[in-house]
Design a protein around this ligand. Structure first.
Ligand code: AMP
Ligand code: TRP
Length: 328
């Protein structure tokens, strides 16, 4: 049995990309592994957040985890800021991470290119170290993420190896788990960029979007001037992206979808996808409404925090001892 850890930031509404790249895999993995799924609110405050909005989104994501099929009897669901060992370990790891390594992080470099450094917090800079702490704290061996997070899992590995060499065997070296299909769901209006909460509204489907809007977004997705429904990322990025979405949602392989729609035009294909997606997301939304304001949600998060705190505080003790921080 492997220990699996992953997290999602409550810095915006959850997208279909988050579901396909991350949550759908969490749901698969929970059956045969020891899983911890976290709402990483400390990561969200690396950029400005409105207090009430952050509080609301944090619970929204926890409720969406459950609505999407994460089972609290199989996995631990909790909020990062409720487990202080994450911050404690992050500091120790920061003292074992080099500035040069952080300078090489592409997400950070992209942000600097776009925004300059004057408004960037040091939290944004050390963000990957807090993420490494999240992962290493629980001796996680597998980290399911979308493609954009690969480099961050890689630096967590580097930090763990270095720490083990310096202080003796302490951390399990984690590996990433990236799905074969759906590791990078693209923007519906610009299939060369990642679908994200910060890209265009029309190009991004939110899990809590109104079904009518979801249908509209799919029907107006950018495709190409041909007419064949074939998976070919290079020449047909729009159709390939829609095929990936269709495949994950319906559990039908891309090959089978290609044969199923061999005589259809793009309009018919999009309509079939929109029907499937609306059905799928509507059932998530129904469960979300039931769970979001229930006492059950708070109970699950309270229990999750207890479990995570137990593991985390034991690990912190070990780490502090290795570094020479505890008197006894
Ligand atoms: P974030 O919303 O940035 O906290 O991302 C949470 C998880 O969703 C991470 O594992 C991301 O890699 C994944 N993710 C976000 N956007 C996409 C996307 N467009 N395609 C696939 N995975 C994604
Ligand atoms: N940085 C990740 C993202 O933006 C979120 C995250 C924080 C995470 N800690 C993690 C993902 C630990 C996996 C494991 O998507």
């Amino acid at each position: 049995m492997k220990t699996i850890f992953s997290g999602i930031k409550p810095s915006g509404d959850l997208t279909l990309g988050n579901y396909i790249g991350a949550i759908s895999n969490f749901v698969q993995l929970q059956n045969e592994n020891k899983c911890l799924f976290c709402v990483v609110d400390l990561h969200a405050i690396t950029v400005p957040q409105e207090k009430l909005e952050l509080r609301k989104r944090t619970k929204d994501i926890a409720a969406l985890y459950l609505a999407c099929g994460i089972d609290p009897n199989k996995a631990t669901i909790f909020i990062q800021s409720e487990v202080s060992a994450h911050n404690q370990l992050a500091w120790i790891l920061e003292c074992n991470t080099y500035v040069g390594e952080l300078n090489r992080m592409t997400q950070y470099k992209d942000k600097v290119l776009k925004e300059g450094t004057s408004a960037l917090t040091s939290g944004i800079y050390t963000y990957p170290v807090l993420m490494a702490a999240d992962i290493l704290l629980y001796d996680s061996s597998l980290v399911p993420v979308g493609e954009d997070q690969l480099q961050h899992v890689e630096i967590a590995r580097d930090i763990a190896v270095r720490f083990n060499n310096k202080y003796g065997e302490t951390f399990v070296i984690p590996e990433h788990y990236v799905p074969k299909i759906g590791a990078r769901i693209m923007d519906l209006q610009n299939p060369t960029i990642k679908m994200s909460k910060s890209s265009s509204a029309k190009g991004c489907i939110l899990l809590l979007d109104d079904p009518k809007i979801i249908r509209k977004k799919i029907m107006s997705a950018i495709t190409d001037s041909e007419s064949s429904i074939k998976y070919d990322i290079k020449n047909k990025p729009g159709i390939s992206n829609l095929l990936s979405i269709f495949s994950i949602i319906s559990n039908i392989s891309i090959k089978d979808l290609e044969s199923q729609f061999v005589n259809s035009n793009y309009g018919e294909f999009k309509k079939a996808l929109a029907d499937e997606l609306v059905d799928f997301i509507t059932s998530i939304q129904k469960r979300f409404v039931e769970i979001r304001n229930s006492q059950q949600l708070d109970d699950i998060l309270d229990q999750g925090a207890i479990t995570a705190n137990n593991i985390g505080s034991r690990k912190i003790k070990k780490v502090y001892k290795k570094v020479g921080l505890l008197r006894k």
